[in-house]
Design a binder for this molecule. Structure first.
Ligand SMILES: Nc1ncnc2c1ncn2[C@@H]1O[C@H](COP(=O)(O)OP(=O)(O)OP(=O)(O)O)[C@@H](O)[C@H]1O
Ligand SMILES: [Mg+2]
Length: 354
């Protein structure tokens, strides 16, 4: 099997006693966008820095276009990194910032300028070349950083939390712009974020990391509907994790008993007679005449829906409910049923701890 445009084989990094990355292996096919997703400190930036050539791995190999680049200096790898902070030169104009990498690589002034202008037009920065970075909005600065990376025509483009300095509304727009540009130009991208919505929205493949190791690799839908473990189930999309008993499995469908609830769901590797975990998404709950007895702790009105937190014998349940859901006042009792729609709930093969 060919390894794709970017391939990591058993890549590890230690800093003294800290194992920042533990034997990471995955590949990103040409023209695809893969996201490294995981909580703060799980090793995402360290993976990117090793791919970029800014950090030497403790073990393992990095291949780009099938060539081993593990020992190559950063400038010879055909990789560009867009930093979280953008790292623009404050005293240089936008045009000079974008052209900088070309100038350093020895490209002539005229050609560097022409290519920088082309890259700027590609990300919607026409006419802003003479400004200083401080004279741009946050979203525009982000696009300067992007143009500066694109102008080098990298084989692999790396992003480290590129949207974290933008407000929520702009974040959505810029992430859509990045995804559209990546697809239009057929760019091979490794993208780092700790925001699961961002990861689901932009990715062909998501690589979930936990404490330096890879927890699961899959499409956004795989991860959401077939989480490999409790960590992934909770990290991707949030879930109430409830102890379940697998009554039977037939044709890949598991019959589950979860307190008073009886459900049939794709087995996802769970086995009959064993304990497993049921992960129920916040939107997967309904108020029913029957179901899990629950006491309302608090609720909030969010315009498009209600949010409610319940206490149950199986643990706390966070639910999003339609605006007309008949919620009692705090302290009131309800019954919670699990919706039958796909994505509302998933079986996690591993049992709850203890
Ligand atoms: N230069 C360094 N020296 C020592 N430890 C480091 C160094 N760089 C990173 N680490 C440690 O390695 C681990 C992974 O760090 P890394 O920056 O890769 O995490 P991250 O997933 O990018 O986190 P965040 O989402 O907060 O950016 C952390 O425990 C961190 O403290
Ligand atoms: Mg980081």
């Amino acid at each position: 099997m060919t390894g794709g445009a970017l391939e990591l084989r058993g890549l590890s990094k230690r800093f003294g006693q800290t194992v920042a990355v533990a034997e990471a292996s995955f590949s990103v096919p040409e023209g695809r966008l893969a996201t490294l997703l995981g909580p703060s400190g799980c090793g995402k930036t360290t993976v990117l820095r090793m791919v970029a050539g800014l950090e030497a791995p403790s073990a393992g190999r990095i291949l780009i276009g099938g060539r081993d680049v593990t020992a190559l200096p950063a400038a010879e790898r055909g990789v560009s990194l867009v930093f979280q902070s953008y790292a623009l030169f404050p005293h240089m104009s936008v045009l000079e910032n974008v052209a900088y990498g070309l100038t350093v690589a020895g490209v002539g002034r005229r050609e560097a300028r022409a290519r920088a202008e082309e890259a700027m037009a590609g990300v919607g920065l026409q006419g802003l070349g003479a400004r200083l970075p401080s004279e741009l909005s946050g979203g525009q600065q982000q696009r300067v950083a992007l143009a500066r990376a694109l102008v080098l025509r990298p084989r692999v483009l790396l992003f480290d939390e590129p949207l974290s300095n933008l407000d929520a509304r702009l974040r959505r727009r810029v992430r859509e712009d990045i995804r559209a540009l990546q697809q239009r130009l057929g760019l091979t991208v490794l993208y780092v974020t700790h925001d699961q919505h961002e990861a689901l929205a932009v990715s062909d493949t998501v690589i979930v990391m936990r404490q330096g190791a890879i927890a699961q690799i899959g499409t956004p839908r795989d991860l959401y509907e077939r989480p490999a473990d409790r960590f992934v189930a909770d990290f991707i999309g949030e879930a109430a994790l409830l102890p379940a008993e697998v009554l039977s499995v037939s044709a890949g469908i598991a019959a589950l008993s979860v307190g008073p609830l009886r459900l049939s769901l794709p087995a996802n590797g769970a086995a009959a007679g064993r304990a497993a975990t049921l992960a129920v998404r916040p939107h997967g709950w309904r108020l029913g005449p029957e179901g899990l007895p629950a006491r309302l702790l608090r609720s909030a009105y969010l315009g498009s829906h209600l949010e409610a937190l319940f206490e149950t014998a199986l643990g706390e349940v966070f639910a999003t409910l339609p605006l007309d859901a008949p919620l009692p006042p705090p302290g009131g009792e309800v019954r919670l049923a699990v919706d039958g729609t796909p994505g509302a709930a998933a079986v996690v093969p591993e049992p709850p701890p203890g």
